[in-house]
Design a protein around this ligand. Structure first.
Ligand code: CA
Length: 236
């Protein structure tokens, strides 16, 4: 039998913590729970979990500070933020600081489990260094061939501008993960590009139009309101 994956849960609200622990146990994860940031950091180092679920509103230290202490370590452990609805800007900061994903309270078990599975899969791929710079991505009938700079939807080849291609390539390289506006702007236009979200939105609108993507029912690229964009997981 495969060894159980270990998840460290840092969450001070007991009802939520119990609810998550039960759901994870029922789905064959081993969970370690901490009710404060300091306890969480200490359990992180003593147990070396495979993934961390981190609440941002903790009683002792700020969740962002916990995140800061956990990221940048040699063995990168993925972190999923558990966020309250009124903490939008913190959520974006956490993603920019290296958090892998987030769920917003109240969330359902299927959503949480899906996020955990996707995040663990991506972390495994990174560990095996298969993720970085693939030549080809496929999401449903969309194929992005980075080596040849070609995009196909079904049999139809789609022509992109250079920046549109860069955006799509970036989303593909991180498929399944939400990318913040700032992350995309910095990677496509450079750290001093001085570009605004507005330009990104215009480019995204063009990308969607060219991919025949209906923004209200997207097939490939999901909009994370106020945060950024998420490409559906690569199928190759
Ligand atoms: Ca809390």
């Amino acid at each position: 039998m495969a060894e159980k994956r270990v998840i460290l849960l840092i969450e001070d609200e007991r009802t939520i913590s119990n609810f998550i622990c039960r759901a994870l146990a029922a789905n064959d994860y081993k969970t370690i729970a901490a009710a404060t940031g300091k306890e969480g950091i200490s359990l992180f180092f003593s147990h070396q979990p495979d993934l961390v679920l981190l609440d941002l509103g903790l009683p002792d230290i700020d969740g962002l500070e916990v995140l800061g202490q956990l990221s940048g370590l040699p063995r990168e452990t993925p972190v999923i933020i558990i966020s309250a609805r009124d903490r939008e800007s913190e959520k974006v900061r956490a993603l920019d600081m290296g958090a892998d994903d987030y769920v917003v309270k109240p969330f359902g078990v299927p959503e949480l489990l899906a996020r955990i599975r996707t995040t663990l899969r991506r972390a495994d791929r990174i560990r095996l260094s298969q993720e970085v710079q693939k030549d080809r991505y496929r999401v449903k009938d969309l194929v992005v061939d980075c080596a040849r700079h070609q995009i196909f939807v079904g049999d139809e080849e789609i022509h992109f501008t250079q920046n549109e291609f860069k955006i799509l390539e970036l989303l593909c390289a991180h498929s399944g993960k939400v990318l913040t506006y700032d992350f995309i702007l910095e990677h496509v236009w450079g750290p001093y590009g001085g570009t605004s979200n507005q330009i990104l939105r215009v480019n995204m609108a063009n990308i969607r139009r060219k991919l025949h993507e209906n923004p209200s029912d997207p097939k490939y690229i999901l909009t994370e309101l106020g945060i950024g964009y998420r490409m559906l997981e690569d199928a190759t």
